[in-house]
Design a protein around this ligand. Structure first.
Ligand code: GLN
Length: 493
């Protein structure tokens, strides 16, 4: 039989139902994998005791015929989701020792459906980054890094900000992981590690109990090894939540049912503005292959235009820091985590925030307070909001001509730790294809499409109409079948 840690969620559910193994056995195998994968630095907190306790409870439910849709499946949780009585850090020093007294809605939903928590995984500090190199808890290593594990000559980044989630899933340490995506943080790391990731429509998943970065852009979503597994996991994660006023009261479809393999007659938009300068030839080539696969399955490619794409990053890097500066004002040394004393209240605030936030977070708070300040609000923030509306209109118009949009997920594959790091702008450019999707609130999915010349995974992105995740699953399934991506990273636990 396949090693338990190499199963898909769908196969693991089957094995559990057929009593080939128990949830405890499945969890024990994953707990060992968590230990073995320590060189990747994917976990901030391991919770093996809790995992085994949850697995035992799962076996008991199954014995009584009460198993839920994810019962017994071991997953990792991005350390941005509050988990009751379990350290929650957002990968920041400022949340030192913070153990929430409550559970996020998304993780509650997963536990309600029987999932098992292996631990909390690493990320960029407050989810700000594209390479998982801004964490207070250290860099995460991409399991695709070539060479001897632990003795890597060139350490590759797993992407970010959900880098720990991506590394854990790709290295067969967890069957799936939660991620969050404000500008690409689920899709780009999924692409860099050869897994599937979906950012659902804004409002699908409750943001309650998810540490806020930029509230009008943040969405939670699943990261898994197959399209079907993402469908299983997303169904459990989403749903209306009265505790989040932006969560949408709509029925949750059975996303798995959408994976029919039939895309005949579907119109696939190919945006001309996504052919950006300096994009490597192999990314163009992968995109061209993707178009061919969909054509061969009976879909029709249509050329579309998203004329305001070139302003998306500029608008994002005003809106996101603006919201972050406001959201992060709450970390004042009084209510949560770290406190560094001073001679006055103001000095205590300054000392705490100065010591607690890393460089990238401080940069964003500075930019955010600047663009929101009285003298510059109209010139920057208001203008960026107008651009955001234009970007949304671009998509509205495009979706009159097509049913789904196909693009590369990122303009490059995984790069090495140390590259692109001295210039924040270089790093920001990596999100050029993912950021517009958040600005417009649309669903987006990354599917592994193949390996580049250097043997590293590349992803294709699908963008859908609002609340039409089903089309993403349908088309994603076809890409997955055509790509036959079976490669595994050099480091597998
Ligand atoms: N890389 C982007 C940023 O740094 C997006 C991060 C995210 O989606 N959380 O803001």
């Amino acid at each position: 039989m396949t090693q338990l840690t190499h199963l898909t969620m769908a196969d693991a559910l089957k094995g559990l139902a057929e009593k080939q193994f128990t949830a405890v056995e499945l969890t024990e195998a994953h707990v060992r994998a968590v230990e073995k994968a320590r060189p990747l630095n994917a976990f901030i907190t391991e919770t093996p005791d809790k995992a085994l306790e949850m697995a035992k409870a799962s076996d008991a439910r199954r014995a009584k015929g009460e198993a839920g849709p994810m019962d017994g499946l071991p997953i990792a949780v991005k350390d941005l989701f509050c988990t009751k009585d379990v350290l929650t850090t957002a990968a920041s020093h400022i949340l030192d020792g913070f153990q929430p007294g409550y559970e996020s809605t998304v993780t509650s939903n997963l536990w309600r459906d029987g999932a098992v928590m292996l631990g909390k995984v690493n990320l960029d500090e407050f989810a700000m980054g594209s390479a998982n190199i801004t964490s207070y808890y250290g860099d995460v290593i991409n399991p695709w890094s070539p060479g001897e594990p632990g003795n890597w000559p060139r350490k590759l980044v797993p992407g970010g900000s959900s880098g720990g989630s991506a590394a854990a899933v790709a290295a067969r340490v967890a069957l799936g992981a939660t991620g969050t995506d404000t500008g690409g943080s689920i899709r780009q790391p999924a692409a860099f590690t050869g897994i599937v990731g979906i950012k659902p429509t804004y409002g699908r998943c409750s943001r309650w109990g998810v540490v806020a970065f930029a509230s009008s852009l943040d969405q939670a979503g699943p990261m898994t090894r197959t399209v079907r597994d993402s469908a299983i996991m997303l169904r459990s994660m989403c749903g209306f939540d009265p505790k989040d006023s932006t969560s949408v009261d709509m029925p949750v479809p059975d996303f798995e049912k959408a994976i029919t393999g039939d895309i005949r007659g579907l119109r696939v938009g190919i945006p001309k503005e996504y052919r950006v300068d300096g994009m490597p030839a192999e990314i163009e080539e992968m995109w061209r292959k993707g178009i061919e696969w969909l054509k061969a399955a009976g879909a029709t490619p249509v050329d579309i235009s998203l004329p305001h794409t070139k302003y998306a990053l500029a608008a994002y890097y005003i809106v996101a820091p603006a919201e972050c500066s406001s959201n992060l004002a709450r970390y004042d040394g009084v209510r949560y985590g770290l406190r560094v004393e001073g001679n006055s209240l103001n000095e205590m605030y300054e000392n705490t925030r100065g010591a607690g936030f890393g460089k990238e977070v401080r940069r964003r708070i500075l930019i955010g307070t600047y663009v929101l300040s009285a003298g510059y609000y109209d010139a920057y923030y208001l203008q960026a909001q107008k651009v955001r509306t234009r970007i949304k209109w671009d998509f509205d118009q495009a979706f009159e001509q097509c049913d789904v949009i196909l693009t590369p997920t990122a303009p490059s594959g995984a790069f090495a730790i140390g590259e692109k790091m001295d210039d924040p702008i270089q790093m920001y450019l990596n999100d050029v294809f993912t950021v517009p999707v958040n600005l417009a609130g649309l669903p987006g999915m990354s599917i592994p499409a193949g390996l580049g010349a250097d043997g590293l995974p590349l992803g294709l992105q699908l963008i859908g109409k609002p609340f039409d995740e089903e089309t993403l699953f349908r088309v994603g399934g076809v890409i997955e079948d055509a790509a036959q991506f079976t490669a595994t990273p050099p480091f597998v636990a």
